[in-house]
Design a protein around this ligand. Structure first.
Ligand code: HEM
Length: 365
């Protein structure tokens, strides 16, 4: 069967495709950062409980922040979901139908994982030994959601596999035959642990810097924060080193023509790849030298370049079926202007809220 016949028709978009592409990539990047902090710190807290590591109150700090990061991950996930639907809706809806049961399970699992994170936070003191159950439940739930996302984001790129629907119409198809599935999933998990570790180090560093400007807290607290900075950087460096092997595995699992885009066959892809590798090494060196701020600053261009690479991979996978430039454009720009104004107002409100929460939080946990 010609796989192209299974792809639904596209709908016209209002403005030039580049507007939507930039919005998709920027909002996805923000989703990725916060998702990484949420999942990474959750995994670190779980491992600390498993190892019975109670040298500092770091797990309690993670518990207190987890409901916030989950809420932000969800809210900041809505924006790329909308832009993804605008640009790739005909592909993504189709793959979502094939795996409908798993896809819809995300909502239920997310509610339960979120609930468990709240119990882990609010009842932290009285839960004692049972903490491990609640943080464990949250982490497993979040890992499941990430796995479902990776399945869908890869299945939408492979219309040639959609004929499996005719053998299994129950919405229980996954993309398990996809070679990149496991390395791609592990790539996100290792990145989460690295960024989770970096977030811990940065959080404590900000608390220390903030402390200098206000009433100083006692020396014991400062030494605990220093210890947490070392712990966070340890996770960051360790996970990034493991990521190097996973990254090579992921890269090698890509089809040869797509891999070639980053090693000479495409100037744009090759430039991104040539930039990102030295940046990662510099970021690691900064981490080893305990330079938390510099590592965090470098993390921004590195993840941006990774998102651009991911977008190039997506376009290359779809090349024979669909190109974004093929979408018909109606040229209605006034809704876009209104949207940008609303977006700016929303960003200002969110920045204000984050500042309020942070100033209160940095003093208390
Ligand atoms: C809270 C748990 C969540 C986790 C752990 C999570 C994790 C992930 C991961 C790992 C990916 C990358 C998948 C891949 O490319 O292989 C991803 C992509 C994505 N996530 Fe989330 N996610 C979560 C919640 C959400 C929610 C609630 C939404 C929407 C409301 C959302 C929207 C998206 C979108 C739209 C993408 C794909 C963007 C693109 O391909 O350009 N996520 N997520």
């Amino acid at each position: 069967m010609d796989a192209g016949m299974l792809i639904p028709n596209t709908s016209p978009i209002q403005v030039n495709v580049n507007f939507f592409t930039v919005l998709l990539l920027v909002t996805f990047l923000i989703h990725l950062w916060i998702m990484n902090v949420m999942l990474g710190t959750g995994i670190i807290a779980l491992i600390r409980h498993l190892k019975k590591d109670q040298q500092t109150d770091l797990s309690q700090t993670i518990a207190a922040n987890l409901p916030f990061t989950i809420a932000f991950t969800i809210n900041v996930g809505v924006a790329p979901l909308l832009f993804l639907q605008v640009l790739y809706g005909h592909l993504m809806y189709s793959s979502s139908i094939l795996m409908a049961v798993y896809w819809l399970s995300v909502i239920g699992v997310l509610i339960l994982a979120y609930y468990s994170a709240y119990i882990y936070d609010f009842k932290y003191d009285i839960l004692s030994e049972k903490r491990i159950f609640f943080i464990g439940f949250t982490v497993v739930g979040l890992l499941w959601i990430a796995f479902v996302f990776t399945n869908n984001m890869t299945l939408m790129l492979s219309p040639d596999k959609w004929a499996m629907y005719f053998e299994n119409r129950s919405g229980l198809c996954l993309n398990l035959t996809e070679q990149t599935l496991i390395p791609r999933f592990l790539h996100f998990i290792a990145a989460s642990v690295a960024i989770g570790g970096l977030a811990i180090a940065l959080y404590r560093q900000i608390q220390k810097d903030y402390d200098k400007t206000d009433e100083p807290v006692d020396k014991n607290k400062i030494s605990q924060w220093d210890q947490d900075i070392q712990t966070g950087l340890g996770w960051f460096i360790g996970a990034t080193l493991i990521q190097m092997s996973i990254g090579i595995w992921y890269f090698m699992s890509l089809p040869e023509t797509i891999r070639g885009l980053f090693i000479g066959n495409n100037i744009y892809g090759t430039t991104i790849f040539a930039l990102v590798i030295p940046l990662i090494i510099i970021m690691l060196v900064c981490g080893v030298r305990n330079n938390v701020w510099m590592s965090a600053v470098l993390m921004v261009p590195i993840t941006l370049l990774m998102v651009l690479m991911r977008h190039l991979v997506r376009s290359a996978y779809l090349d024979s079926y669909f190109r974004l430039q093929d979408l018909p454009v109606t040229g209605q720009y006034s809704p876009l202007i209104l949207f940008i104004l609303a977006l700016l107002a929303a960003i200002a409100a969110i920045v204000y809220m984050i500042r309020l929460v942070l100033s209160n939080r940095l003093e208390t946990v």
